[in-house]
Write a protein that binds this ligand. Sequence first.
Ligand code: FE2
Length: 206
Amino acid sequence: MTYALLPLPYAVDALAPQMSAETLEFHHGKHHQGYIDKVNELAAQTSMGGRGLVELIGTAGPGALFNNACQVWNHNFFWLCLSPTTAPPGGELAELIAAGFGSVEALLKQFSDQAVAHFGSGWAWLVLEQGAIKVTTYHDGDTPAAHPGVIPLFTLDLWEHAYYIDYRNARPRYVDAVLGAHVNWDFVAQNLDGQGVARADQDWMP
Ligand SMILES: [Fe+2]
């Protein structure tokens, strides 16, 4: 009768030093778990039990249940976007990046600029819209999973809880460190198939 916290796809110290084990223990084990707990608490007060997470996002309507469910999905997707090592994108993804930005470096520069400039809490996104790759940011828990037609490819958490342990208030240092060392381009490329929303979905467990 609950949604469960999905395990990290790597060891808790696998992203250090750019993202320390202590950060992952808090970010995954406390903050992500906190959104799970809230969704379970709120869903139990409704007739929405039994729905997959993405279905819940699509049907909950505005409010705390929707916001917390979005945050669960965003974090599920976020952990998949990172990897202990990074290798340059190839194939169709490399072609789309070249067509839209000129180079991977130019894309990451634009992503970093928007992530740093984003006011308050939220998420920076690489999305596919109408066949083109686009950089954007969403506020608070807003998510491509709630916007049909927006295909998520990659995200970076801009909530202060993502970086306060390792970087205090220095969001620019966090953004550039993680983008430089831990982008899982293989996962980004997989998401060109439009199934990214489903990849971070999870079932309600009876
Ligand atoms: Fe977070």
